[in-house]
Design a protein around this ligand. Structure first.
Ligand SMILES: NC(=O)c1ccc[n+]([C@@H]2O[C@H](COP(=O)([O-])OP(=O)(O)OC[C@H]3O[C@@H](n4cnc5c(N)ncnc54)[C@H](O)[C@@H]3O)[C@@H](O)[C@H]2O)c1
Length: 250
């Protein structure tokens, strides 16, 4: 399967979890990966996994919430491997379950700075070249929590719903340049972000009761969807939100 050969893909927050899996799957399908993460060592680790499997990747350390720094880091990376065909805005943070009245301003700012403004900053960096070449794929990482109500996470829900808004607005706005924009909204995925709260009997019982698949997703199950959205097979798909969630929200 080489649907992505010749393409350059930037995945943010790719030093762990879903972003790492997205990068590995796209590299296995022929893309050259620019692996961004806040932590250089994590990005390098993902690069090592990709190159050990025969793929091509470079690390691009940087904080997506720092507009100037991330623009510079992405600029350096694309001078090395070429213009970016695929952007996966994946970097994100959660802050555990919190009652609304416990969510302070600093927590809200961090949530929006990284999850929402980070995606805006990275999109701004790659957009010009995509427009010039009249081609591009942008995939935003929302969440089931941006689609369906849950208790005690309204700041995360708001940030993830904002990404859905951006996805739909960008899909219309960038369509004249043949740029497709879609969102993935995963349900429960077993990654370091959530591992600390899922390895217990109460959580396993919750899965049995509320998730028809009765398990969490493996990160690569999100990666397969992202790789499809990044491919020409998805050229007619834009402005959509696809939720791999094991049937939890239908
Ligand atoms: N795990 C889940 O159940 C789940 C469900 C739905 C959506 N998501 C979303 O998927 C995305 C990936 O989550 P994950 O579970 O793989 O988390 P993770 O914590 O395993 O990975 C997130 C990565 O993003 C990096 N990162 C954090 N802040 C950054 C910044 N400012 N700049 C660059 N990189 C930064 C981290 O260093 C980390 O490597 C997030 O947007 C998350 O909200 C996760």
């Amino acid at each position: 399967m080489n649907q992505l050969s010749g393409k350059v893909a930037l995945v943010t927050g790719a030093g762990s979890g879903i972003g790492r899996a997205n990068s590995q799957v796209m590299a296995a399908r022929g893309a050259t990966l620019i692996v961004n993460d806040l932590h250089e060592a994590s990005a390098e680790e993902t690069v090592g996994l990709i190159t050990a499997a025969g793929g091509r990747a470079i690390a691009c350390a940087g904080d997506v919430s720092n507009a100037a720094a991330i623009a510079e880091a992405i600029g350096r990376a694309r001078r090395q491997v070429g213009e970016i065909d695929i952007l996966v805005n994946n970097a994100g943070v959660a802050s555990g379950r919190m009652a609304f009245e416990d969510i302070d301003e600093a927590t809200v700012d961090r949530m929006f700075d990284i999850n929402v403004k980070g995606a805006m900053f990275c999109t701004r960096v790659v957009l010009g070249a995509m427009k010039e070449r009249k081609a591009g794929k942008i995939i935003n990482t929302s969440s089931i929590m941006g689609m369906a109500a849950q208790r005690r996470g309204s700041h995360y829900a708001a940030a993830k719903a904002a990404l859905i808004g951006l996805t739909k607005a960008w899909a219309k706005e960038f369509a004249d340049w043949n740029i497709q924009v879609n969102a993935v909204a995963p349900g429960r995925v077993l990654t370091p972000m959530v591992a600390y709260m899922t390895d217990n009997d109460a959580y396993r019982e919750d899965l049995r009761r509320n998730v028809p698949a009765k398990r969490q997703a493996k990160p690569e199950e999100i990666g397969y969807l992202v790789a499809f959205l990044a491919s020409s097979e998805a050229d007619y798909l834009t402005g959509q939100v696809i939720s791999p969630n094991g049937g939890e929200v239908i």
